[in-house]
Ligand binder design. Structure first.
Ligand code: UN1
Length: 483
């Protein structure tokens, strides 16, 4: 593959334009020396231009019939499908997930665009009965205006698609800032919208350091902000947006548990925990990073899981024989190694370590055992999100103790429960504060037509995806209509 294909450029008012800020580049996740593309960062002034062009385009964009707006999304989806191999390989190279996962994510982005294109065929609002004769009450939805979209590195095209597609179809225009580590796939997404003939100004892309996010919050045109990333940054953005009275949606960290009860199908559970914990090198906010095992099956389960891991190959993400690539860069891997060292210093026991390349951005799968004691629960590996292929295990007696352990976290994004007992599944649904509950499937994964988002420190504001997306990207007018 020819990797030196693209210049990193900004997309403002329908034009690809050079940044006027500092030099930037993007490199292979596995090797910082392997530069994929170079360019210059956007300046604060260019972010302002992007907002001004989005504001100028918004009224005429919102006036188009929804089906026409959806038509642009369908055409962009087709472009992504036609280029899924090229873009998927670029994604794998830049972000570090495997080629199969990269292509899968590009196709998923296409599916998301196509899903929102269908919005004109779904309900547009709600009609209520009125207590007064001769009246009905309508709840109608209108766009917010110009929406800011700030996305993380770990789904470089999937997450931008699931924010930008609903923003657009509901009549908003967008200024989009991707994570500075993965600008290439952001460019590919915007290229697909450009190829679809999207009118100038409807989507604007600004590439540069995280500090550009401050320009978003300062811009007079910003009418809504959708963010996915760390809880720390998310909460700062939420506070700044709230101070201006701007609706904000923040998807943040996770410390998701998989709970395996005594009656679980251990073959199924071990395979699903493997995927949940180690696919995409553990770099998903929905990844399984805590594993809670019933004592009666703990040894048998761990024997199965480590057996599967023995056949798990960590290496070049473009090699089809590889199941797990590097972390996003050497810095992320260094941070993961430091977290691991701290967990061990705090008393965690290393019970499994896989094999992987020696290059500095790689980390093989690790499993830590934590005692079911206060010290174990205070261990950093139990408390903090690592975003790395490190799974920490604790062993408990019975369902009640398992659910109490699962709840023992500041986060509340997803949880995977393995059981054949319907009452356990219903009890989990009632008792556990999570936004997403998987019964007998891995903790990661999300379909475009159902709500996605977490409880507690994992989320803030309306959820994403499906009908929930409309709640965020529109405001309502309640119409008391008397004939
Ligand atoms: C998935 O589990 O497939 O940043 C999607 C994240 C989430 C998306 C997860 N917002 O990992």
């Amino acid at each position: 593959m020819d990797t030196m294909t693209t210049t990193l450029r900004q997309y403002i008012n329908g034009q690809w334009t050079n940044g006027q800020g500092a030099g930037i580049s993007t490199a292979a996740a596995s090797d910082a020396q392997q530069v994929i593309a170079r360019g210059q960062a956007a300046t604060a002034e260019q972010v302002q231009q992007a907002f001004a062009s989005a504001a100028a385009a918004q009224a005429s964009w919102a006036k188009l019939p929804m089906a026409e707006r959806g038509g642009y999304l369908l055409a962009a989806a087709q472009h992504l499908r036609e280029h899924s191999e090229q873009f998927g390989e670029e994604l794998a190279l830049e972000e570090g997930k495997t080629r199969a996962e990269g292509i899968g994510e590009v196709l998923r982005a296409a599916q998301i665009l196509a899903y929102y294109a269908g919005e004109s065929e779904r309900a547009a609002g709600t009609v209520y009965q009125s207590p007064r004769a001769g009246e009905q009450i309508l709840v109608t939805h209108k766009p917010l205006g110009v929406v800011g979209v700030i996305t993380p590195f770990n789904f470089p095209i999937g997450i931008p698609a699931w924010k930008i597609a609903p923003a657009l179809v509901f009549g908003n225009t967008v200024v989009f800032k991707p994570a500075s580590l993965v600008p290439l796939l952001a460019i590919r997404l915007v290229e697909s919208l450009h190829a679809a003939g999207l009118p100038a100004g409807v989507v604007n892309l600004v590439i540069g350091p995280g500090a550009l996010g401050d320009c978003f919050l300062a811009d007079e045109h910003l009418a809504g902000l959708s963010f996915t990333g760390s809880t720390g940054v998310g909460r700062q953005l939420c506070a700044a947006a709230a101070a201006r009275g701007i609706p904000v949606q923040a998807e943040m960290g996770g410390k998701n548990a998989s709970v395996v009860l005594a009656d679980a199908d251990l073959d199924l559970a071990s395979e699903q925990v493997l995927y949940g914990a180690f696919r995409s090198t553990g770099q998903k906010c929905t990844a399984t990073s805590r594993l809670i095992l019933d004592a009666s099956i703990a040894d048998a389960f761990l024997a199965k899981l480590t057996g599967l891991l023995d056949a798990w190959v960590t290496g070049d993400p473009l090699d089809p024989a590889v199941q797990m690539g590097p972390l996003v860069d050497a810095k992320a891997a260094g941070a993961a190694r430091a977290s691991l060292a701290q967990a061990l210093a705090e008393g965690a026991e290393l019970i499994y370590q896989g094999r992987g390349p020696a290059q500095e951005s790689f980390m093989a799968p690790h499993i830590l055992l934590l005692a079911p004691t206060e010290a174990g629960r205070n261990n950093i590996a139990w408390r903090e999100e690592f975003f790395a292929p490190i799974l920490c295990v604790t062993v408990v007696d019975g369902r009640e103790a398992a659910f109490a352990a699962a709840q023992d976290t500041q986060f509340g994004l997803s949880l995977a429960l393995f059981t054949r007992d319907l009452s356990a599944a219903l009890e989990a649904q009632n008792q556990l504060d999570v936004g997403i509950l998987h019964v007998n499937s891995e903790s990661a994964g999300a379909d475009p037509h159902v709500p996605f988002g977490g409880a507690k420190a994992s989320g803030f504001g309306p959820k994403e995806q499906g009908a929930a997306a409309r709640e965020f990207y529109t405001h309502t007018t309640t119409v008391y209509l008397k004939g």
